[in-house]
Design a binder for this molecule. Structure first.
Ligand SMILES: *Cc1c(COP(=O)(O)O)cnc(C)c1O
Length: 235
């Protein structure tokens, strides 16, 4: 396939995802501005990522810090206004350079990482937005905080420059769509409970990927992280 064909295919894929998300949003009785699509670009290089941005997707998710900053600094993307999201495990020694690009970090999976973000944000005198990742399926293979660890983190000393905006979750490995939907409902109920306990509304729910975003939207997702659907026919 030529570059032009790749770009056209990505634009078509993005339009199809927009339509499917809009439909799920309507069926769920939600408002269209309630759900943000994060294009997960971990599968592709900077040039292909730029094709998605040109198609209109300005919120991008990466799962490796060094790839996020390499793309943010690349010729193809440096001049674009991109709303970056970090959705994978973050090592603390990668924080400083990544934080230049002000990503929302969805994958806060330990108190230590949260504290490190607080320390770096204070040093750089920078505000950061984070989500707490919950291991909802209980799979050992999945990262994320347990419910108890999450509750502790919300009760511990806050970092003045770090806003905890909500929760992030993934359905368990091999879950079918109805099991995924039950897990997403569990995340929402847990959020409601933690919000009542902590006084932090935890408004954002980052849940749903290519295979289960409709279920996530039905259960209150405010951000869906969609990768493979956007790059069908290109990878
Ligand atoms: C890769 C990834 C996604 C996107 O998954 P797709 O099935 O390709 O849409 C979403 N969230 C996280 C945390 C990921 O690592």
């Amino acid at each position: 396939m030529s570059d032009t064909e790749h770009r056209e295919r990505i634009a078509q894929n993005y339009q199809a995802v927009l339509e499917d998300v809009a439909l799920a949003t309507k069926q769920g009785g939600r408002q269209s501005h309630d759900v943000k699509i994060i294009g997960v670009t971990k599968y592709v290089d900077a040039a292909t990522t730029a094709a998605l941005v040109h198609a209109g997707c300005h919120s991008l998710g990466e799962n490796r810090p060094q790839v996020l900053w390499q793309k943010a600094e690349s010729d193809e993307l440096a001049s674009q206004a991109i709303d970056w999201h970090m959705i994978g495990h973050v090592q603390r020694n990668k924080l400083r350079r990544m934080m230049r690009y002000q990503p929302m970090i969805h994958s806060v999976d330990s108190q230590r990482l949260f504290d490190a973000i607080g320390g770096e944000a204070a040093l750089a005198n920078q505000k950061m937005k984070v989500l707490l990742e919950i291991n909802i399926s209980g799979d050992d293979s999945k990262t994320g905080l347990s419910v108890e660890a999450l509750r502790d983190l919300l009760q511990n000393e806050p970092h003045p420059q770090v806003s905890i905006c909500g929760l992030m979750a993934m359905a368990g490995l091999g879950s079918d769509q109805s099991t995924a939907r039950e897990q997403f409902a569990k995340v929402r109920r847990l959020r409601d409970q933690l919000a009542a306990e902590s006084g932090n509304p935890l408004e954002e729910l980052s849940m749903g990927m290519s295979g289960d975003f409709a279920e996530a939207i039905a259960e209150g997702a405010t951000m869906v992280r969609i990768g493979s659907r956007l790059f069908e026919g290109v990878l």
